[in-house]
Write a protein that binds this ligand. Structure first.
Ligand code: ADP
Length: 432
């Protein structure tokens, strides 16, 4: 490449030579004109190209500028290449930035970036929902002005972020439990991560309730049993009196056994994989089994009708389906007073769903209890349930089995008249 100084010297020499030739042939006036003209040609050329460059710079389109020929061609070519590379680099950085933002937005956790004065530099939309923030409005606001909970302000002021902080009754309708922790990064900045732990908290509360309920249910028969044992041990009893005590002890032991069995059934249902939709369960055979058990349980105190209106088989786990059906039938027997009627029916309805129903003429259930009947240990009349050998887990087991077969449990009841419990299986769970 020829250097700028060489080019300049070349032009000056050319102008001087031309000026001397002209001086020699036409005189000094012409020599000056020719010399000045030759010196001004590169100036004009440069001026024109600078003006063009100015125009393309203003419209931010240097990359599209047509290249001139000569010295400026290379300059413009290099300038264009530089601008193109810089713009491409900027585009890559922008794309990367957008991808980071998209990833943070896709996170199920709230993410807030705080600067060294705890002002919000950025937050994702889930944290806007958690704390009622609006990023555009609240950007660069101090977070302790926006989240006013004392425990949060204390956490922030303490500057000890080793442990997370649990904030309860948060969110739009104060229904969320949020676990929050700050992590330092960069120059005294903090990343605030917020996790919605509402379901975990609920599951934890349910587990605590469940353990408390089981302990309570077990404690009563154990206390009674121990009372009887002490009496039998310490008192000289008549033979028939002792037998009476043993019978009572047996019934308490039986109660504990039923409870443990129901708990194991629930545990198994939770642990096992979903029942395959390929095992054929013959409903007619199940109904025959149910009828035998029901008559034995009722001791002739109730009148029964068992109807099988369609021959379709069910697809699922036979033991589970039998357990759900017999729970409903045994409830009807246990809660329906003597001389009551119990109607058990299997039908495929107009929508093609298989419907198993148990209707009784028992006491019925007030509407406020209906939605809670399938909760574990929920009973309307605790002593009636216990007297009839109930554990409070029967309908929870039925509901669980229904869910595992994509079936729906519905309860219709009129207090004083009776109840109908229905299990509705989808078409896909029936075979012809
Ligand atoms: P339990 O072992 O106490 O019977 P369930 O879960 O089977 O437990 O039933 C829950 C509650 O629902 C019962 O305690 C009872 O109050 C009520 N219930 C269930 N079936 C009937 C029915 N056929 N008629 C009246 N009440 C019923």
């Amino acid at each position: 490449m020829i250097s700028a100084l060489t080019r300049f010297s070349f032009v000056v020499c050319l102008a001087l030579i031309a000026a001397f030739i002209t001086l020699y042939n036409w005189g000094p006036e012409y020599a000056i004109v020719v010399g000045v003209f030759l010196l001004s040609v590169p100036l004009v050329y440069s001026y024109i190209n600078l003006a063009r460059l100015g125009k393309y710079v203003q419209s931010d389109s240097i990359e599209n500028m047509p290249l001139p020929s000569g010295f400026w061609e290379e300059v413009f070519f290099r300038l264009q290449r530089l601008v193109k590379t810089l713009k491409q680099r900027m585009r890559n950085i922008e794309q990367q930035h957008e991808r980071f933002i998209e990833a943070f937005q896709a996170s199920p956790n709230g993410i807030l970036m705080l600067d060294e004065s705890d002002q919000i530099e950025w937050c994702n939309s889930i944290s806007e929902r958690f704390f009622g923030l609006i990023f555009k409005r609240d950007v660069m606001q101090r977070i302790n002005f926006l989240i006013r909970r004392p425990e949060f302000i204390q956490y922030l002021n303490k500057r000890n972020f080793d442990e997370p902080l649990l904030l309860e009754r948060m969110g739009p309708d104060s229904s969320l439990s949020l676990m929050l922790q700050a992590f330092p990064f960069g120059n005294q900045r903090h990343l605030l991560l917020v996790q919605n732990v509402t379901d975990l908290q609920k599951a934890d509360a349910m587990r605590r309730d469940f353990v408390a309920n089981v302990s309570h249910e077990m404690r009563t028969p154990i206390t009674v049993l121990m009372g009887f044992l002490e009496t039998v041990q310490s008192l000289e009893l008549e033979k028939n009196q002792r037998e009476q005590y043993f019978d009572m002890m047996m019934s308490q032991a039986q109660r504990m056994k039923s409870l443990v069995e129901d708990l194991l059934t629930l545990a198994n249902l939770e642990a096992n994989s979903l029942p395959a939709a390929t095992n054929q369960v013959n409903v007619e055979t199940l109904m025959a089994l149910l009828k035998n058990d029901a008559e034995a349980l009722s001791h002739g105190n109730h009148s029964f009708t068992f109807e099988v209106l369609n021959k379709n088989n069910l697809l699922g786990d036979e033991r589970e389906i039998l357990s759900a059906f017999s729970n409903l039938v045994s409830n009807a027997i246990r809660y329906t007073p003597e001389a009551g009627a119990i109607h058990v029916k299997w039908i495929v309805n107009a929508d093609g769903q298989g419907e198993f129903s148990v209707t009784d003429t028992g006491p019925g259930i007030a509407s406020e209890h209906l939605s809670r009947l399938t909760e574990r240990f929920y009973r309307i009349d605790r002593s009636r349930s216990r007297d009839t050998g109930g554990t409070g887990l029967g309908l929870a087991i039925v509901k669980h089995i229904a869910n595992r077969h994509q079936a729906q449990l519905t309860i219709e009841s009129t207090p004083g008249k009776g109840s109908t419990f229905k299990l509705r299986f989808p078409k896909e769970r029936l075979s012809s």
